[in-house]
Structures are given as structure tokens and as C-alpha cells.
Design a protein around this ligand. Structure first.
Ligand code: HEM
Length: 454
């Protein structure tokens, strides 16, 4: 780890460790193996300089785009030509049904228009009390374990993110359903959510053996979600009638501004699953990486703690933004070309895959000064603006994350509460390395020492 202070820097320069990239382009089978275990290892060092890369995979070309103008072309200017990939649909549909994340075309447009008002910054404000209460309770619950010894902060942050997702969605804590929800998510992520070779080779219209297991999983999952929604509706006490108190109320009240149509029960349930899934793991890893970085950067951590008593939190927010630059929770945006296109003189054919990796883009040698160093000042008010299409933690264009405003508020407030409550240090010296499958995870759950601040 490089802790040298370059001239002119107030605090020590911190370059957190990353796995060494392969020296050369990997052969196909090793490339697939890397995709399953750690997507970061799919790219050789030269990928961090290249604007556009291509490789052949199973008879199709796979482009990796890391040039801001080309990114804008794919995600915005010609977005209609780029759809979700079959593997994304195969892996996510059993969990998300036909919710916003994987729907396409008219169905997607209807859903996006209908859902948008529930995610404006004003709507997010109504959810802030849930974020604060869950964060304070999580900090209080850590006091006992922290007094006894090192704690598994990642597990605590995953519980917190799920608790926030549950409360913002249903207004009730996850005490009753949290354990089952967690075991569904863990079981899916451990096996069915990972791409198997047959998933890549067999067209979507044919079921692979894993697809049959996924269908069985979906039956249980849907029954579980229906139960949670029914329990929440039973628990309504009538005091809040007419007033939206959580996301479920907002989603129920939502109407397509063009057609006046609302969601059916099944559609509502798929949106609930989508929001819980899209929102909680991404936030949990953001918080874990932020804590890991702050444990290595005590002065930065002190500045976050000092800000915890303030209403405005520009520095804490900059720490979150810089954390998502170094460890973008959504590690690739994957697309399939519907029609032909041209990218920097190369021909894209229908069916080719086009990948944009926030990971590569955020550490690209040509786009950032000192790309591997942790420096929240890049995101402080007054700093030179960050180029829009070089920084994509939430994607861009019509399919940009609908929960971005919510997620930024959530992560900033939760980090502020936790760091305001505890001084965070690592309990051992083992480096925490990123391992990306769908999200950018830590390679192990690091042990932390938490000391209550007076
Ligand atoms: C730190 C937290 C989060 C990160 C980094 C993140 C990242 C992203 C990214 C990169 C995309 C675009 C994917 C693509 O273009 O292929 C996306 C889409 C989406 N996100 Fe998030 N997200 C976060 C939190 C949330 C939350 C809290 C919610 C909901 C409550 C949410 C709901 C969604 C949905 C529904 C989509 C699909 C939008 C569409 O296809 O129209 N996300 N997210």
C-alpha cells in the first residue's frame, strides 16, 4: 500500500490495494471463470488505457467501451439500440419478475413514467426518518458486540441496508421477515444468481437445468413476497389514511401520467422485489467500502465524524461519491445490440454485446488524475467538475438508476450516523480486495474495531 504524501497534499495519499490484473488477455475458459469469481480479473492492465476493446466470445463480438463520448453514444444518443443482455434476464428474472430493471420497450416506458414521481428528491425526503431510525438502531445494536471485541461490520451493514429497504418500502421493521428475506437472497446469490457455462451457451427460450431450479425458487420467492405485502396491509392502523408513509403507498398510488393506469398486484410485487434487490446490496457494499477506506484514512474519518452533527454534509457525501468511484457497486453495465452500429470505426452487429464498466472507467489512466488514490476532494463543491460520462456509479441515459437520489441520501446519512457514533479501525492487517460478480464485493468480511466516540 502506498501511503506517500505527494507535494501539496494536506493528508497522506492513500492507494487502497487491488488484485493484480492479468498480464495478457485471458483465453476463453479462464475469462468465463473470472466472470464467475471476480470480473475485475477479466481485464489485463492495458484495458485501463484503452478507449475501446473487443474480443470474440462464442461467435459474437464483445466490446468494452471506456471512452466518455462512446459511452454517451451507447447509453444516451443511441440507447434504443442497446437492450438488456439475455444473461442478465436469465439471472435476474426469477428474482425480479417483470419489474423495471429488466423490462423493455413499451412495458418499460409505462413502468418508468409511473414510478418516477415516487423517486424524486422530494419523495425521498419523506423516507429520511426511516433511514435515520434504522441507522441509529444499527449503531446502538453494535455497541455490545464492539465492547467485547472485533466485529463483522459487513454483516451489520448488510442488515442495516436491508432494514432500510424494508422500512422505506413497508414502514415496518424487518424483525419478522428479515431472516427469511436474507436467506432467499443469500441462497440465490450463492448458486442460481451466478452465470454457468450453459447459461451463456443456451438461448434464453430454452430452459437450462439451472433455469428449472430458478423457476422453483421463483415460486417460493413470490409466495414469500405476497405474504410480506399481506402482513404489511393487515398491520395498517388507519391513522395515516390518504397520506403516503412509505414506498409501497407511493407505488400503489402511482398512475401512468399518459394512460392513468396503475399497477396490478403482480406488477406491484415485481416492483417491490426490484427495489429491494436493486437497492440494498449496492448500498451495503458502498457503506462497507467507505468504512474500509476511512479506517485507512483517519484524518478523513475525523472530518466525517465532525460533520455528523451538521444538517448539510458535503464532505460525507464527497466521501460516498469517491467511494463509489473506487468501488462502483454496479461493476458493469451490459447491453446487447439490437441493430448494427458503429463505434469508433468498428462495426457492431446485431447480437453483439457492449459492456461499459464503471470499474474500468473510474480507474482509467486517461480520464482521472491519480486514478487509484482515494481523494474525496474531487467531489467537493468548487472542485473541477467530474466529466459526466467518465463517472457512472448510477449509469446514465434513460435507464439511469431510478433510486440514485435515494441511494446517495441513504448512504450519506447512514455513514454519517455510524462514523459519528464510533471511531472505526481495522482489527487486522489483511488487505481487503474487491471481488466483483454483480456488485463489487469485499473478498472477505474484514474485522473492525469500533470505539464509541464520547
Ligand atoms: C449505491 C446504491 C445504488 C447503485 C450504485 C445503483 C446503481 C445502478 C445502476 C448503475 C443502474 C443502471 C444499470 C444499467 O444501466 O444497466 C441502476 C438501475 C436501477 N436501480 Fe439502482 N443503484 C443503487 C441504488 C438503488 C436503489 C436504492 C433503488 C431503489 C429503491 C434502485 C433501483 C434501481 C432500478 C429499479 C434500476 C433500473 C432502472 C431502469 O432500468 O429503468 N437502485 N442502479
Amino acid at each position: 500500500m502506498d501511503m506517500q504524501a505527494p507535494p501539496g497534499h494536506g493528508s497522506a495519499r492513500l492507494v487502497p490495494p487491488v488484485p493484480a490484473p492479468p498480464e495478457q488477455e485471458l483465453p476463453t475458459l479462464r475469462f468465463i471463470a473470472a466472470m464467475r469469481v471476480n470480473g475485475i480479473l477479466c481485464w489485463p492492465a492495458s484495458a485501463y488505457d484503452a478507449p475501446l476493446r473487443r474480443r470474440r466470445l462464442f461467435g459474437r463480438t464483445r466490446f468494452t467501451v471506456s471512452d466518455p463520448d462512446l459511452v454517451r453514444h451507447v447509453l444516451v444518443d443511441n440507447a434504443a439500440n442497446y437492450a438488456r443482455t439475455p444473461i442478465t434476464i436469465r439471472l435476474l428474472r426469477p428474482m425480479l419478475g417483470d419489474g423495471l430493471l429488466i423490462s423493455e420497450g413499451t412495458a418499460w416506458r409505462h413502468q418508468r413514467r409511473t414510478l418516477a414521481p415516487a423517486f424524486t428528491p422530494r419523495a425521498v425526503e419523506t423516507l429520511v426518518p426511516h433511514i435515520l431510525s434504522a441507522s441509529d438502531e444499527a449503531a446502538a445494536a453494535l455497541e455490545g458486540p464492539a465492547a467485547r471485541g472485533p466485529v463483522d461490520l459487513f454483516a451489520a451493514l448488510q442488515r442495516l441496508a436491508l432494514e432500510i429497504a424494508g422500512r422505506t418500502m413497508f414502514s415496518v421493521g424487518m424483525a419478522r421477515h428479515g431472516d427469511r428475506l436474507r436467506s432467499f437472497l443469500e441462497a440465490y446469490a450463492a448458486r442460481l444468481g451466478r452465470p454457468h457455462l450453459t447459461d451463456l451457451l443456451v438461448p434464453l427460450r430454452f430452459a437450462t437445468p439451472l433455469d428449472r431450479a430458478r423457476a422453483r425458487f421463483r415460486r417460493d420467492w413470490v409466495a414469500f413476497l405476497d405474504q410480506v405485502i399481506a402482513d404489511r396491509d393487515q398491520g395498517q392502523d388507519g391513522r395515516h389514511q390518504g397520506e403516503a408513509r412509505d414506498l409501497l403507498d407511493l407505488l400503489r398510488a402511482a398512475r401512468d401520467p399518459e394512460t392513468g393506469r396503475g399497477f396490478s398486484h403482480e406488477e406491484l410485487r415485481d416492483q417491490v422485489a426490484t427495489m429491494i434487490l436493486a437497492g440494498h446490496e449496492t448500498t451495503a457494499v458502498t457503506l462497507l467500502w467507505a468504512c474500509t477506506l476511512l479506517a485507512l484514512a483517519p484524518e478523513t474519518q475525523a472530518a466525517v465524524a465532525a460533520e455528523s452533527g451538521h444538517v448539510e454534509k458535503p464532505f460525507t457525501r464527497a466521501v460516498i461519491e469517491e467511494t463509489m468511484r473506487l468501488y462502483p457497486p454496479a461493476f458493469v453495465l451490459a447491453r446487447r445490440a439490437l441493430g448494427s452500429d458503429r463505434l469508433a470505426g468498428e462495426t457492431v452487429r446485431p447480437g453483439d454485446s457492449v459492456t461499459i464498466s464503471p470499474w474500468l472507467l473510474h480507474r482509467h489512466r486517461g480520464l482521472w488524475r491519480d486514478p487509484d488514490a482515494f481523494d474525496p476532494a474531487r467531489f467537493l463543491p468548487g472542485a473541477p467538475p467530474v466529466p459526466r460520462f467518465a463517472y457512472l456509479p448510477f449509469g446514465a441515459g434513460p435507464r439511469v438508476c431510478i433510486g440514485a437520489a435515494f441511494a446517495l441520501t441513504e448512504a450519506t446519512l447512514a455513514l454519517s450516523r455510524i462514523v459519528g457514533h464510533f471511531r472505526i479501525e481495522r482489527a487486522d492487517a489483511r488487505p481487503v480486495l474487491p471481488a466483483a460478480v454483480v456488485t463489487t464485493q469485499p473478498d472477505h468480511a474484514p474485522a473492525f474495531r469500533l470505539t464509541r466516540r464520547m
